[in-house]
Design a binder for this molecule. Sequence first.
Ligand code: ATP
Length: 200
Amino acid sequence: MHESTARAPRIGVMGGTFDPIHHGHLVAASEVAHSFDLDEVVFVPTGRPWQKQDVSPSEHRYLMTVIATASNPDFTVSRVDVDREGPTYTIDTLRDLKRERPDAELFFITGADAVAQILSWRDHDELWDLAHFVAVSRPGHVLSTDGLPTENVSQLEVPALSISSTACRERVADGQPVWYLVPDGVVQYIAKHHLYRSRT
Ligand code: ATP
């Protein structure tokens, strides 16, 4: 009998509010893809994030994510969170992606700030069955995975880009440029749709 040697697809999952998506997100995803030999990274814009208020409509955030990732054939964008009713919890994201891709091995990518919160996430003790977690460094945050299961969580130093979506929104509201902090198409999308004109 012919035995297949094909390995399970290794898929990165980059969850975020992406309000707007910026180069910090893109570099983190690219670095994890390289270091963990991933076949694809799926960006998953949140629907309504459970910890954040005053978030832009999900269709804007979804479309900016599509624009930002379009030039990389290994990057895709999923609507699982945007299309689900109610607040977004990562456990639901991973369950839905696993249902869509039962053969895949999932790698959830998270910045140093977000990984420090994981133990407050809904059903966090079930997260480890669904994905391996990769915590990446982020300027201004100490990268620590203390208290998390070592076999399920890795750390990765990535080039330090001191960019946040909050700072991008504030710059636009103040009339400052966001060129080169976010991809060119995202700059144009923000201008065309008059996003972030006032501070929220
Ligand atoms: P906000 O300023 O609105 O809170 P954000 O810049 O933190 O947004 P999110 O969409 O909330 O962006 O982040 C999605 C994921 O990307 C999180 O895991 C976050 O830690 C990570 N991340 C965001 N910016 C960076 C960065 N500059 N370097 C590394 N990781 C980042």
